[in-house]
Design a protein around this ligand. Structure first.
Ligand code: FES
Length: 163
């Protein structure tokens, strides 16, 4: 074999082995790369079913807020956090329901229903909301956030959207 004319057999074999080794290494690494990147590629949100059952509502007293609570896990990238929810349900005279978040629309403090004052009260900056969630007074820019709901076999379920 002559030297100096193009690629030697040894150089060709070495290059081919290195190339195939790289391909094999890449193929073997793909599952690990996919595993590591999958949390980033998934949409952020709650690890939960779409409709959250709150509980039976048939016996609720009309015109009186009733607080339901539950918690879910929220995922953003690799980070998961537990989040608790408070939901006020008010049965209306027409048989429907108002379903509110208990998170104040000002700076996210939790509001509570005060029976004697007949209003939702936010303790952080004296924000007051009416029975229908509307703003009475305070710095909050809008009414309490409402959830879409369905009632199936007496159980009220809410649609858990990113609020
Ligand atoms: S957080 Fe509720 S009034 Fe400010």
């Amino acid at each position: 074999m002559t030297e100096g004319h193009g690629l030697s057999r040894r150089a060709f074999v070495s290059g081919a082995v290195a190339f195939l080794g790289g391909i094999i290494g890449l193929v073997l690494a793909l599952p690990a790369i996919g595993y590591l990147l999958s949390p980033v590629l998934k949409k952020a949100g709650f690890d939960t079913e779409e409709w959250i059952p709150l509980g039976p509502v048939g016996e609720l007293e009309t015109g009186k807020p009733h607080l339901f609570t539950f918690s879910r896990t929220r995922r953003v990238g690799w980070e998961t956090t537990g989040q608790s929810f408070g939901i006020y349900v008010v049965k209306k005279p027409d048989g429907g329901y108002d379903v509110f978040s208990n998170v104040c629309t000002h700076l996210s403090c939790r509001v509570t229903w005060e029976e004697d004052r007949d209003m939702f009260v936010c303790p952080c900056h004296s924000g007051f909301f009416a029975l229908d969630g509307g703003v009475i007074s305070g710095p909050q820019p809008r009414p309490l956030d409402q959830y879409d709901y369905v009632v199936e076999e007496g159980i009220l379920k809410i649609h858990l959207a990113e609020v």
